[in-house]
Structures are given as structure tokens and as C-alpha cells.
Design a protein. Structure first.
Ligand code: ZN
Length: 333
């Protein structure tokens, strides 16, 4: 029976069940948490941990079994905070490694230029860190990552992003864990990621292109899936400013399922139990994005998909079958 690592230890892929493929328990900037914890936690860490336990317990009661936490270096990740929650909930919390270089790479990584080993392999401290997180544990803990995150936003593949994507590809091929990405689909970032991954010999059926639900461009989405990759409509509830709303996202999925792409789509919200930027009166908050909660998919999106004519087995494919298939493609190559 294939297994993968979760926050509290290995789990069987048969037990993944209904899986949200891109979520966050906490997004709390670590330096702020040390410098001004009352701002970072909008109160106390202990209260936010109890709140997260309550929220994930409610989510499990709604039928969600697995929560893929896509927090990585640069995005405000603390393994002890996640473990404190994971130990108290009956939910598989699966963790990622990777880097979120929105503002560049941290100095100790940026100042070490990648090279090649004598045998021609990538020699990059960034890839070494990803591999360490997967094989030994993240940040000195025994908690192991089960997938790798890639990142490409509007400036597309700058030299820094190119380095990151090639490190992701290398660590993926060394360890065999899947890739799941952050993209700006409206800038075409997913196709750029696939180009770099293909150059690095990645089997694109082992790649999930994230945030793909943020575009209504069916041709772009089909071009990703026609190369074997999976798209994630993983921002349900984030209907911020001019971003597509639920009905538009649901119609895109229904169209693609009816065109035969139903086995290459996964779902999620990309929301958090608590994020340091989300507080009453904040720009992105419960007032501005009221549906951006982990219960939105089960309570509102699935009924909307059924209203579009999707059958239960088509919904199960996106929530259960495809996530399991992605995590079961294992082994280095
Ligand atoms: Zn995210």
C-alpha cells in the first residue's frame, strides 16, 4: 500500500479521501511573530491554535479528510504551529516544501550561485533544502514534506524564478514527490512552468498547476491539461475585486469535465484558518471576501457543480480520485 508523509506521520494514500489540494493552516510572518506577536496573531498564538482546531474539526464533519498545506519558506510557515493543530484534529494535514520568492530569495540562498556536480547534476543549495525537507524533515523537525511548491507570477520566468523552477524539478525527480504550483494564470504562468519542467525532464502528469481557476480562458487551461498536467481550481471563495466569482469558476469546470478533462482537475480554496493579514477591517478580510473559508466548497461550490449537471462520481474524481493518483505516482526517475 503506498504511503505519504503527513504532519503527524505516514498515512496510506487509500486514506486520503476527500482532499483539498491547496490550503493553509496559518500564514504568519515568522519575524513578526517574534517581534510583535500580538499583531502577528491578532491576539495570542494559543487562541489562534484553538480556533484552527475548531475550524478543521468542523471541516472534517463536513466530509473533508485531507488538507494540503501549501505554506513554504517565504510565506510565513512554522512547523510547530501546524503540528500543534494537526495533533488535535482527525484530518490528514499534508505539508509542502518549496520557496515563495515574491520578494526574491533569502540572502543565504540568493548569494550561493547554483552550479553542476562533476557528474553533471544540479548543484544548488535550494534543491538540497527541498530534498532535506522531504527525506529528513522540515526546519530541523521530523515532519516531512510530501510535495514541492513552484512559483511563477506576473513577471513570469525571471532568472530567480528560473532557478527556483529548476530546483523544484530536480528535487522532484530525486525524491518522486509531486509538484503543485502558484501561478498567475492570466499572465500564462502555468504554461511557462510546464516549459521549464519539460526541459528538466519532468513527467508532466506529476504536476499540478495551481490557481488555474483564476482564469476563464478555456484554451489556456486545455493547453495545460493536453500536456498531461492537472489544473487546480483552488481559490474558491477568493472573489476579490475583478477575480472570477463562484458561478464563473463552476461553469469553467463543468465545461471542461464535459469535454473529457474531468480526471485532470483538483479543487481547493487557498484560504487559511488564520493569516496575519486577515483581521477585521483589513483589505482582505471576512468583510471583503466573506466566502473565503474552508467550508465554502462543501456548502456552496459542490451544490453549484451538481446544479451544472455534474454527477457524484465526477465530483469524487476531483476530490478523491485525482489527488490520490497524484500522490501515488512515486519514485525517483
Ligand atoms: Zn496558497
Amino acid at each position: 500500500m503506498p504511503t505519504i508523509n503527513a504532519a503527524t506521520g505516514p498515512i496510506q494514500t487509500a486514506d486520503l479521501g476527500r482532499t483539498l489540494m491547496h490550503e493553509h493552516v496559518f500564514t504568519v510572518e515568522t519575524e513578526m511573530a517574534e517581534y510583535a506577536p500580538e499583531l502577528a496573531w491578532n491576539g495570542t498564538r494559543e487562541d489562534r491554535i484553538l480556533e484552527a482546531i475548531r475550524k478543521l474539526t468542523d471541516l472534517k464533519a463536513l466530509g473533508i479528510d485531507t488538507f494540503v498545506d501549501m505554506n513554504v519558506l517565504g510565506l510565513g510557515r512554522s512547523i510547530p504551529d501546524i503540528v500543534a493543530v494537526a495533533e488535535k484534529v482527525d484530518m490528514n494535514i499534508v505539508l509542502a516544501t518549496g520557496v515563495y520568492p515574491q520578494h526574491g530569495l533569502p540572502g543565504p540562498i540568493a548569494m550561493r550561485t547554483p552550479g553542476k556536480t562533476p557528474t553533471g547534476k544540479l548543484d544548488d543549495v535550494l534543491a538540497d533544502l527541498f530534498i532535506r525537507d522531504i527525506r529528513d524533515g522540515i526546519a530541523g523537525t521530523s515532519v516531512k514534506a510530501a510535495l514541492i511548491k513552484g512559483y511563477t507570477d506576473k513577471p513570469l520566468v525571471t532568472p530567480v524564478i528560473d532557478r527556483c523552477l529548476r530546483a523544484v524539478a530536480f528535487a522532484h525527480r530525486e525524491t518522486g514527490v509531486p509538484i503543485n504550483t502558484h501561478t498567475d494564470p492570466n499572465a500564462g504562468a502555468g504554461l511557462e512552468q510546464l516549459r521549464v519542467f519539460a526541459e528538466e525532464g519532468v513527467d508532466l502528469t506529476r504536476v499540478v498547476i495551481g490557481h488555474s481557476g483564476d482564469t476563464l480562458d478555456l484554451d489556456y487551461l486545455r493547453r495545460i491539461m493536453d500536456q498531461g498536467a492537472t489544473i487546480a481550481s483552488d481559490r474558491f471563495g477568493l472573489y476579490f475585486r475583478d477575480m472570477p466569482v463562484m458561478q464563473q469558476r463552476v461553469e469553467v469546470i463543468a465545461t471542461l469535465v464535459n469535454q473529457g478533462y474531468g480526471d485532470r482537475i483538483v479543487l481547493g480554496h487557498d484560504t487559511h484558518c488564520y493569516a496575519d493579514y486577515d483581521f477585521p477591517g483589513g483589505v482582505i478580510s471576512r468583510e471583503t471576501v466573506p466566502d473565503w473559508v474552508h467550508t465554502h466548497l462543501v456548502e456552496q461550490v459542490l451544490p453549484a457543480l451538481r446544479a451544472q449537471g455534474l454527477a457524484e462520481e465526477q465530483i469524487d474524481q476531483m476530490l478523491i480520485g485525482t489527488p490520490r493518483r497524484i500522490f501515488e505516482m512515486q519514485g525517483s526517475y
